[in-house]
Design a protein around this ligand. Structure first.
Ligand SMILES: *Cc1c(COP(=O)(O)O)cnc(C)c1O
Length: 434
């Protein structure tokens, strides 16, 4: 497998280089040079395959000889070790539940796969690495769990004191071993600024191999394409033969971009819906043809509070920078907090299905698309997180219906262990060097 930057397609890099660097020096984003289609035999047998079989075949086809087949099988076995079931909510409306992993959000897929892939390349002779992550909650938890106990990799998490939920804080601070949480006296932006400064610090980079696990890393996108194939298999297995539309609750658009990767590899997805909260940069671009990054606005679906989506450059690249081409494949809808609460209430009352706020937005995006397009389709909306992660969103009556999974209950009994850090680069650097 070879990759290039969206800004210099003539310069090819290897998969380990793209993964450990994360971002090309030219400010673009890494893309696979080619998206090899899977053979017709794969598609003919797709409905009979297990999730892990599908994941292996897709990854093997895309990554080629960059990872030995036997090692890749092992990586898939360890990383994709929880299900992503489809459930029917209404006629021709299905939810794809991506929250059955250790931190109960879809980011578990990306983090678990990425950590094991990094470990594979470390075994091949790369030096030990230090991963630095600034987190406002969800990403840090998935990364901490995903990298826990992976040899050769040390993870330092920076999170803003008092600004993550109790469950999120436990997910960040109760693991120990190779995971070090730093509780920063500051905001998420302060945490991010400290990490950025560390990456640019020449003295520090001489001593340490620093790497990033943020959502623009190509190693997080690859595994996110697996569940589109697996969802497709489940729909077909159920006997439904209609064209399939996916509605994706979006912030940085990594999830939707992974769906485009699947489509490029031949998965016959008929359309995508980009569903957002009021941070509607992409739906607006699809309307007006003008991309205008905005400051982010705080909402109930806070994992999607992003005004300048980092994967947009990949999407544009895939559509040759043409908004007309993108419109043929993607429709966009955005929803306010008031609408989000109303959607949650309505679907719980009509279909007895309680959704997290991000998921509710994906559901309604799908419905709006259905109203505007009369062709009969099987609509799948992605559920990106378990509702138990957002207790402040629900009425007492709704909360009583939330079934907290074992991984959510266990974590609250564990003891927090975090190191306090002043919002001061020198202290952070000394900590890293020491
Ligand atoms: C990260 C996240 C999203 C947004 O996903 P992107 O890939 O950034 O578009 C949506 N919902 C939840 C719960 C998330 O954690």
């Amino acid at each position: 497998m070879k990759l290039f930057s969206t800004r210099s397609p003539e310069q090819l890099v290897s998969l380990p280089e793209a993964i450990f660097k994360s971002l090309p020096a030219d400010g673009g984003l890494y893309m696979p040079k080619a998206f090899p289609e899977l053979p017709t035999s794969f598609y003919r047998a797709l409905a009979q395959k297990s999730f892990q079989e599908i994941a292996f075949e897709v990854a093997h086809r895309l990554m080629g000889e960059a990872v030995e087949a036997s090692a890749l099988k092992q990586i898939v076995r360890e990383a994709i070790n929880f299900p992503a079931p489809i459930k029917q909510i209404e006629e021709d409306v299905f939810v794809l539940e991506l929250f059955h992993g250790p931190t109960m959000a879809f980011k578990d897929f990306g983090a678990r796969f990425m950590s094991r892939l990094m470990n594979y390349f470390l075994d091949k002779g790369h030096a030990e690495i230090d991963i630095l992550v600034a987190t406002s909650g969800d990403t840090g938890g998935a990364v901490a769990q995903g990298f826990y106990n992976v040899p050769g990799i040390h993870v330092t998490l920076l999170y803003p004191k008092g600004k993550v939920s109790p469950l999120q804080e436990r997910q960040l601070t109760t693991l120990g071993k190779n995971i070090t949480p730093l509780e920063v006296e500051g905001t998420f932006d302060d945490c991010q600024a400290l990490v950025k400064k560390a990456f640019l610090d020449k003295e520090l980079n001489k001593k340490k191999t620093l790497s990033s696990a943020n959502s623009i890393n190509i190693a997080r996108l690859i595994p996110q394409s697996f569940y589109y194939f697996n969802a497709f298999a489940q729909i077909r297995r159920s006997g439904n033969t209609q064209p399939i539309v996916f509605s994706v609750p979006s912030g940085n658009f990594g999830n939707l971009t992974a769906g485009l990767f699947a489509q490029k590899m031949g998965l016959p997805i008929s359309h995508f819906v980009a569903s957002t909260n009021v941070n509607d940069t992409v739906p607006e671009y699809l309307q007006s043809g003008i991309f205008k990054a905005k400051p982010s606005i705080h909402t109930l679906s806070n994992a999607m509070d992003i005004g300048n989506p980092s994967n947009f450059e990949r999407m544009q690249f895939l559509f040759d920078n043409s908004v007309e081409k993108m419109r043929k494949q993607i429709s966009g809808y955005s929803f306010s907090d008031e609408q989000t609460l109303e959607i949650i209430r309505r679907v719980e009352s009509d279909a007895h299905y309680l959704m997290c706020p991000h998921t509710a937005i994906a559901y309604q995006g799908l419905k709006n698309y259905g109203t505007e397009n009369k062709t009969k389709v099987a609509g799948v909306f992605l559920s990106s997180a378990h509702p138990c992660k957002f207790p402040n969103v629900y009425t007492d009556e709704q909360w009583a219906k939330v079934d907290v999974p074992p991984q959510g209950k266990e974590i609250m009994n564990k003891v927090k262990k975090a190191f306090p850090l002043k919002n001061d680069y020198q202290s952070f650097k000394e900590w890293l060097m020491g």
